[in-house]
Design a protein. Structure first.
Lengths: 618, 344
């Protein structure tokens, strides 16, 4: 017991921990609790939930392993970490599946109770790795009988064996809180709010959490504890936020700042469903969420709501966008404001529902019949989703057009600390409905080429719109060849006008030079970290990140032309590279890795080094 | 005063509802009759035209909104009810009407249709049923009779058709009615009843396609046949038909049978009395299926009307309730909600 005072606490700059277990083991909850507590501690952090599509895959199997990785530090960081320093493995499958990612010398904490013959066989271990000297060679392995210790702690609780077993993740969490010097209070408070009405579960989880913490304190297994000082972040109030929650709050802000009631038509689809769930809970903001019968009704109900004068949104993932495609064209033809959010996942078809990817860019830019241009925006980080949701709404109502906002499974589910803006720091979105009868024409245009928006119910402005080609100005059905040519070009020019209304492409690092790494979307953090590390090692490399993919900022070509080489890393086969080449006739070096996972910054850093080290390109 | 439209009635004429666009249906098309009856009915309904929205999908019938001087939206194939749902949920103060056809509503739009009915969204759906695809020039539709020879069924269609009334009832529509393009007066009555109904009102209109399915309803609706083959339903009245109303429908258990009142064995007291608001759906389904029973006349009128809160009302009520409970949403509080911490 007296050990505690003699135990040395080592101060670390950064740590990456991966919690892994069965998909029923509560690893996502454990990880998100650890993240929230770590955020409150003032560390910078990035997270990567990585779970199977099956809700409760058969226990003990490799494909049923669910993981949650958190990277936290005392400095500014941008990724969930490339290689974990610590692996918490709740069973053999979790160990087997994750050990190859672990840093050499890394710490492994295993639940020894789960290393029985059955689980070892399911994980494909011929021999128990805990008893095999070579298997875990080079790692610091801590063997903890987590299931037994949990049962002991709850032996008087009166809970069933099943409920007791379900609490074991809190033992692991408590132990990690002790090991990394985190307070229990935030999780204790969360437990109280979550299990108010189930006092026996509340009390059991509290007991087990504390048991895990005290186990660390009393056992002699651990010779060190670790601490990570708070990061020096910009002054302000922070919260830990996921991209999906930020997107939802962004739309509420856009609704308030535009004075338009918010309507969301959506159909549940991984990994976008959270946005629908969050918005469904904001009823007291007047938010109307319509859980539609299918993806098509999700977008078409939103188009109806846009016609009726709402800020209309539909949220989905790639397969859903495929189904909504025809309706997006209707939005283009009828020139109604609408935001389509695509939280991208691995494709094609059903693909990898719970994994991230960036392969829907060309679908977003080109994937419609006819000439059907729409602005395409992409958020760079979880908290950036908030600002881009507002920006997508602003462009939609100003230019009377559907707008596609791309996020992805990684930034949608991943979290980071967000310096929360005050309401008064968010700009208003001006909206003017047409009410004057005099000279009203449904397809007349303002200086931006946007047509007037009229709320039904406005006397004297009754008019009809539809998917058939419109006569310029009057909007009557028209099949005249020269009118069609004019309208096709007007619709394109209107979208091109958005260029005049968006920020220039900014360069981080030297404004010109040998190499620019150009990215878009959720790869921002990995590219940033790679460029920073390469810079620290003396390489001269700059970074630019596109948040407006169509149209691109006015200065894009000029920025790109200042660099001898441009590297575009993407989690697809080179879709931005294709756009850049076709738009600017500029040569691009591609780096493409499509694993369903975010980039490791080291992969990008290696590319930078290879290019600048004299090995020219790939 | 229909529905939840608050303004004082404005007495308009049928001309006020004409948009002035050239009507482009084929000469003799049943759609002309429907347009005329709608334009004639609306002044009596009393809804200001700026409060009215017509939504349609794709097909001959779906050109309808262009000819109405109201707000209108000619959308994409099959999606009219979904788009109209968005309009109504966003703006419950509007009177929202759907003009659609058998292909648009029951084939490509089938899913949206049944879910609209299930939710009891306050929409008025007029199905122009001509049992054929007209705009694509004559292919069999989901309501075409089995065996119909068309361009895509040169040896006769092997499909069984939908019974639209039964489908609407099964999906939970709270107002289900049927009329014909041959009987303008009846159509006006039904349109007015639909307008007054609060909830999903489904009206099947038998509509003749003069080009691709001409005369398909003649065995029921033409002068020579209508007395014997059209059963004009009236709430609270016995189901009589035939010359001098001497034939009636008797309900023999669950089986509807035709009885002859000239026969002394039968009396008027044996005839099934129509009850639009019958408890349970069994009788409504029996009525709906008279339409495909060759031994009985075909039903016209209001098959069923049921009153229950609409989806759009439910949405509004919930928002009001939660707002009262939690207080009106405050953006600053939402932004700073959850666990926050200060960095100094």
């Amino acid at each position: 017991m007296a050990q505690e005072t003699t135990r040395e606490t080592l101060d670390l700059k950064e740590v990456t921990i991966r919690f892994a277990g069965d998909s029923g083991d509560g690893m996502q909850l454990t990880g998100s609790q650890f993240s929230d507590t770590t955020a409150i501690m003032g560390n910078d952090l990035g997270t990567l939930p990585d779970y199977p599509a099956e809700i409760r895959a058969p226990a003990g199997t490799l494909y049923g392993v669910s993981g949650f990785q958190i990277h936290f530090s005392s400095t500014d960081i941008h990724t969930p970490g490339d290689t974990p320093d610590v692996l918490v493995a709740m069973n053999p499958a979790a160990l087997k599946k994750n050990i190859s990612d672990l840093k050499r010398d890394g710490i492994i904490i295993v639940n020894t109770d789960s290393f029985d013959a059955k689980n070892l066989k399911l994980a494909g271990y011929a021999k128990n790795p805990l008893e095999d000297e070579n298997a875990l060679d080079g790692f610091k392995v801590f063997q903890v009988p987590i299931t037994t210790l949990t049962s002991n702690a709850l032996k008087d609780s009166g809970l069933s064996l099943k409920d007791i077993n379900r609490s074991k993740n809190f033992f692991a969490l408590g132990l990690m809180y002790w090991l990394y010097n985190r307070p229990l209070e935030p999780t204790l408070e969360w437990l109280i709010s979550k299990f108010k009405s189930k006092p026996e579960i509340l009390s059991a989880n509290e007991t087990v959490l504390k048991a895990g913490y005290f186990f660390g304190d009393t056992t002699e297994i651990f010779t060190n504890r670790y601490s990570v000082e708070p990061a020096k972040l910009k002054k302000g109030t922070y919260r830990n936020i996921s991209g999906n929650e930020a997107t939802a709050i962004g739309f509420v802000a856009a609704s308030i700042k535009s004075g338009l009631p918010l309507f969301l038509g959506s159909y549940p689809i991984t990994p976008a469903t959270d946005i629908l769930q969050f918005l469904a809970s904001y009823k007291n903001f007047g938010v109307k969420t319509f859980q539609a019968e299918d993806e098509i009704a999700g977008i078409t109900s939103a188009i109806g709501a846009a016609f009726a004068g709402s800020l209309a949104i539909t949220t989905t993932s790639g397969p859903g966008v495929a189904l909504k495609t025809e309706a997006i064209g209707l939005g283009v033809m009828t020139e109604l404001p609408l935001v389509i959010v695509n939280v991208q996942r691995g494709g094609p078809s059903t693909g990898l529902p719970t994994k991230t990817e960036q392969a829907d860019l060309l679908q977003a830019v080109y994937g419609r019949n006819g000439e059907a241009p729409i602005p395409v925006l992409a958020a760079a980080t979880p908290s950036d989703c908030f600002y881009m949701a507002i920006e997508a709404s602003r462009i939609a109502v100003k230019y009377m057009t559907p707008v596609m906002l791309l996020t992805d499974g990684y930034i949608g589910n991943g979290t980071e600390p967000w310096r929360v803006p005050h309401e008064n720091e968010i700009a208003d979105i001006p909206v003017k409905f047409r009410t004057e009868k005099e000279g009203f024409e449904p397809y007349s245009r303002d200086e931006n080429l946007a047509r007037p928006w009229v709320r039904p119910g406005t006397e004297g402005l009754e008019h009809r719109i539809g998917g058939l080609e419109k006569a310029n100005i009057t909007g009557n059905v028209n099949y005249d060849p020269s009118n069609h040519d004019l309208m096709v070009k007007l619709r394109e020019q209107k979208i091109q006008n958005v260029k005049n209304d968006i920020p220039d492409l900014a360069v981080q690092g030297d404004a010109e030079g040998e190499l620019l790494v150009l990215g878009w979307g959720g790869t921002y953090g990995a590219i940033k970290e790679a460029v920073d590390k390469a810079t620290q090692k003396g390489y001269v490399v700059s970074q630019a990140h596109l948040k407006y993919l169509y149209p691109m900022p006015k200065n894009t070509k000029e920025v790109l032309s200042r660099f001898k080489k441009i590297l575009v890393p993407e989690i697809n086969l080179g879709q931005l590279a294709k756009l850049i080449r076709s738009e600017f006739l500029i040569e691009i070096l591609q780096y493409n890795l499509v694993r369903g996972l975010p980039f490791r910054s080291s992969d990008i850093e290696n590319q930078i080094v290879e290019i600048l080290g004299g090995n020219n390109g790939k | 005063m229909a529905n939840n439209i608050d303004e004082a009635p404005v007495k308009l004429t049928s001309k006020d509802f004409a948009s002035g666009q050239d009507v482009r249906w084929c000469p003799g098309c049943g759609d002309y009759s429907i347009l005329a009856q709608v334009q004639r009915s609306f002044p009596d309904i009393g809804i200001p035209k700026e409060k009215m929205v017509w939504v349609s999908g794709i097909g001959c019938s779906s050109r309808f909104p262009y000819y109405m001087n109201t707000y209108g939206f000619h959308t994409i194939h099959g999606r009219a009810t979904a788009i109209a749902t968005g309009v109504k949920v966003a703006r419950p103060d509007l009177s929202v009407w759907v003009a659609t056809g058998d292909g648009d509503l029951m084939s490509i739009g089938g899913n949206h249709f049944i879910h609209t009915c299930r939710k009891n969204v306050d929409l008025k759906i007029l199905l122009f049923n001509n049992e054929i695809y007209g705009l694509t020039k004559g292919q069999y539709s989901p309501t075409s009779a089995k065996g119909l020879v068309t361009k895509t069924s040169p040896y006769g269609s092997v499909d069984y058709p939908f019974n639209p009334l039964s489908l609407a009832l099964g999906a939970g529509a709270t107002f289900v009615a049927r009329t014909s393009d041959t009987d303008g007066k009846h159509m006006q009555e039904i349109i007015k009843r639909a307008a007054e109904h609060k909830g999903t009102a489904f009206v099947e209109i038998l509509q003749n396609c003069v080009i691709f399915n001409d005369g398909v309803f003649d065995p029921i609706t033409d002068k020579a046949n209508k007395l014997d083959n059209m059963l004009m339903l009236k709430h609270g009245e016995p189901m009589l038909f035939g010359k001098d109303n001497k034939k009636g429908i008797k309900l023999d258990g669950f089986k509807p049978v035709v009885i002859d009142l000239n026969d002394s064995k039968n009396s008027i007291n044996d005839v099934w009395v129509h009850d639009e608001k019958a408890t349970g759906h069994a009788r409504s389904f029996i009525l709906a299926h008279l339409a495909d029973d060759p031994t009985t006349p075909s039903p016209f009128g209001v098959i069923r009307q049921e009153l229950k809160p609409t989806y759009d009302e439910g949405v509004e009520r919930q928002i009001a309730h939660i707002t009262e409970k939690k207080g009106a949403g405050n953006l600053e509080q939402l932004l700073f909600g959850g666990n926050t911490w200060e960095v100094n």
